[in-house]
Each structure stands twice: as structure tokens, then as C-alpha cells.
Ligand binder design. Structure first.
Ligand SMILES: [Zn+2]
Ligand SMILES: [Zn+2]
Length: 240
């Protein structure tokens, strides 16, 4: 596309957005104040994560010199897991609306949080992949929130991503309400990775929330089994 065609398209999109906002002004998903999807007051309540964190799973620890007691007991197949924010008010509400209430536009401000926190984590990666949903769940929801987060984040950071390098052919029940052990059993073997796309590469998996890391671990196992060099995980929010 030529630059003038591109700027015309951007201009038209800007006009369309302005008209849409005039008719349906955006409302803060957390406090319902009119003006933006996430108002400045609610944005100010976000709890950002920072070191010291467990070098592997990203749990908050007193010092990050060695891996935490959970990782010592059950080492993760991932090099490291990091998240932009704590899974605490107002983030759970925003993520819930993105996933279950059809507000897929919220993937943009959520990906922005991941971009803002990005540089401090020092990931060494070649390719970014969203954690896939089972096709039936994606069809029901209409989108995969992790794919939207991946696209928005990678475009801003100029990172290469692939939406088909890993799939989820086995249906699993939701992880909510399961303990750490049952979460692992529930998702083990659920993923299939495409060797041609991932062999020899340092992979970064993207998901919205990390709780025990079981889903990321199962996806990482599938990637490592076909020759990925390393797998790390990056989420919008970390439940502690
Ligand atoms: Zn608000
Ligand atoms: Zn740990």
C-alpha cells in the first residue's frame, strides 16, 4: 500500500472512530465513568509487578537469588514467567470483560500494560505465540483473547509472532477452581506444536492470566518436545 493510501485509510479510520465515540462514548470498564475504556483514576490503581520475583515462575519473593519453594518442589519447563501487573483490582474486572462479555477492544489497553512493563523483564526470544484456545471455545467466544494481546503487543514492540505454530486439539475443562496439581493434570497433553515453525527458537508464550503456570507449562512441554530451544511466558496479570 502506498503511503498516501495508508494515510487516507488511517484518516478514514480516525474519522470513523471519532463518529463512533460521539454516538457511543467509551465508558471505563471498571468505574463506568464516560471518556475512555480505562479512566486515569482506575489506571492509577493498577499494581505493577517488579523485582524481586522468583527467577522462574515470577512469584513475589523476598530476594530473587534462587528459585522459590514451589519451583524447587515442581520445576517448570519454562525459562521464566513474567506478568505486567498483579491480578488485583481493577485488572480482573477488565480481563473478565474482555474474555466473557465480548469486550474484545479491551485487549488493546491490556496489551498496552504489557508493552509498558516489557523492557524490565529482559526476555531473550525469537518468536511470540499466543496460548491457543480449543477451536470450540474460540468459536463460542468469537476470538482468542491471547491472540489479540499478542497482536497488539508485538506490533508495538516490533516482535515476530505466529498464530498457528501451536494449537489446542484436546478440549479441557476450565482451570478455575482446580488446585495446582489438578490444573497440571487437566491441561497436560492438550497442545500440539508445529516443529517446522518452532525448532531451534526461543519462544515467548502470551496469555492473559497466570495462576499456577499449569497452562503455560503444558504448552511449553509441547513446544520443547518438537525442538523449541527455550520457552518463556508473559501474561497481562499474575495471580499470587
Ligand atoms: Zn475508571
Ligand atoms: Zn518460582
Amino acid at each position: 500500500m502506498t503511503s498516501s493510501a495508508l494515510s487516507w485509510r488511517n484518516g478514514a479510520k480516525g474519522l470513523a472512530d471519532a463518529l463512533k465515540n460521539l454516538v457511543f462514548p467509551p465508558v471505563c470498564v471498571s468505574c463506568k465513568k464516560v471518556g475512555s475504556l480505562l479512566c486515569t483514576d482506575c489506571y492509577g490503581r493498577i499494581q505493577w509487578l517488579s523485582e524481586p520475583l522468583c527467577p522462574q515462575c515470577g512469584r513475589i519473593v523476598a530476594d530473587s537469588l534462587s528459585i522459590c519453594y514451589v519451583c524447587r518442589k515442581r520445576p517448570l519447563p519454562l525459562t521464566k514467567i513474567r506478568a505486567a501487573t498483579l491480578f488485583a483490582d481493577p485488572v480482573p474486572q477488565i480481563i473478565h470483560n474482555m474474555k466473557y462479555n465480548g469486550y474484545h477492544a479491551l485487549a488493546e489497553p491490556l496489551a498496552d500494560l504489557m508493552v509498558k512493563a516489557w523492557t524490565q523483564w529482559q526476555f531473550n526470544i525469537d518468536l511470540v505465540l499466543p496460548v491457543p484456545l480449543h477451536p470450540d471455545r474460540q468459536k463460542k467466544r468469537g476470538y482468542n483473547q491471547s491472540t489479540l494481546l499478542t497482536k497488539h503487543m508485538c506490533r508495538q514492540l516490533s516482535l515476530p509472532y505466529d498464530l498457528e505454530a501451536i494449537s489446542r486439539p484436546r478440549h479441557t475443562s476450565p482451570q478455575v477452581g482446580l488446585n495446582a496439581h489438578d490444573r497440571l493434570t487437566n491441561v497436560r497433553g492438550a497442545f500440539r506444536a508445529n516443529a517446522a515453525k518452532v525448532t531451534g527458537k526461543n519462544i515467548l508464550l502470551i496469555d492473559d492470566v497466570c495462576t499456577t503456570g499449569a497452562t503455560l507449562a503444558a504448552a511449553a512441554e509441547a513446544l520443547l518436545a518438537v525442538g523449541a530451544k527455550s520457552v518463556s511466558g508473559y501474561c497481562t496479570a499474575r495471580a499470587m
